[in-house]
Design a protein around this ligand. Structure first.
Ligand code: SAM
Length: 293
């Protein structure tokens, strides 16, 4: 077997072209990504890591055969998971992210001068190292003294950090492999305990079409703890079916009352005040899905 054939979810067609083939069982549908060049492939202690160049999406981080982020459109995911909770809090000083990857959300957080500390907790040191060489702008890691990388399991880390953070960004991958524990009911309590009394958290909560129960359980668990829980939707071209959800949970501040003039100061490619507010407008099928559980 060649190295390329041993890659999870990759296949070579009859013309020798390599494809990533992302099959979603629930929808009986497949999304395929044509690979121009396989730049890196390894099995870390936690997962299979690969980096590929594609024509459509640019350079891409792929974990266990699932595309995570691309240079072509990653700004959408990174901006929407970070600016919304940061702007919801009126004066965030300490921000942490669980699930570092390429550290895209950390780069967005750095744009806010008032933030004093940005901690990124990533279980897999090899993801960071590979991204550092092949994906992340090289200046990023060294230029900002507020940034700290912590290589640790997010579940272990969060249990040791109580009452500390203004904003927590849970940039978890799918609920399989090392991220599965970040979807268990106990985890939401640890997130609650890790925030200050006025803290805000946001969670990657899956596709409302493909990952119905992930979204329902996330909202249900958060509503048991937080007075304000709001799901918002984003179109992510890289992900199967394109429509994705994040769920924000807050102890005090409502994103719908946030001071959106703070957003205007940022250099963003995607988010603006109109996008901020409209992403919280949900279609009826999503409203029903998260109300009934
Ligand atoms: N938006 C990110 C970026 O800029 O690259 C993509 C992050 S990816 C969705 C999720 C990351 O979470 C992966 O790098 C994975 O290794 C990490 N991860 C998975 N399980 C984890 C855990 N239990 N603790 C901390 N990080 C974890």
């Amino acid at each position: 077997m060649t190295e390329e054939n041993s890659l999870r979810r990759y296949k070579k067609d009859d013309d020798g072209v390599l494809w990533i083939s992302n099959y979603v069982a629930k929808a009986r549908s497949k999304t395929e990504y044509k690979v121009q060049r396989l730049l890196h492939h390894e099995h870390s202690p936690f997962q299979e890591i690969s980096i590929v160049d594609t024509k459509g999406f640019g350079r891409m981080l792929v974990l266990d055969g699932t595309p995570q982020i691309s240079t072509g459109e990653g700004f959408i995911y990174n901006e929407m998971i970070s600016h919304i909770p940061i702007v919801t809090h009126p004066d965030p000083k300490k921000v942490a992210m669980i699930g570092g990857g390429d550290c895209g959300p950390a780069r967005e957080a750095m744009k806010y001068a008032g933030i004093e500390q940005i901690d990124v907790v990533e279980i897999d040191q090899r993801v960071t190292e590979v991204c550092r060489t092949l994906l992340t702008p090289s200046s990023f890691y060294d230029n900002d003294p507020r940034f700290q990388m912590i290589h640790e399991d997010g579940l272990n880390w969060i249990q040791k950090n109580k009452g500390n953070y203004d904003v927590l960004i849970i940039d978890r991958s799918d609920p399989v492999g090392p991220a599965a524990k970040l979807f268990k009911p106990d985890f939401y309590q640890y997130v609650y305990d890790c925030l200050t009394n006025e803290g805000v958290a946001v969670f990657q909560s899956g596709s409302p079409f493909y990952n119905t129960s992930t979204l329902q359980k996330t909202v249900h668990n958060l509503k048991e703890l937080f007075p304000i829980v709001r799901t918002y939707l984003v179109t992510i071209p890289l992900f199967p079916c394109g429509i994705w959800s994040f769920t924000l949970a807050s102890k005090k501040w409502d994103p719908l009352q946030a001071d959106l003039t703070k957003l205007l100061d940022q250099e963003a490619q995607y988010i603006n005040p109109e996008i901020f507010l409209s992403s919280f407008v949900l279609p009826n099928y999503v409203k029903k899905m998260i109300e009934t559980k």
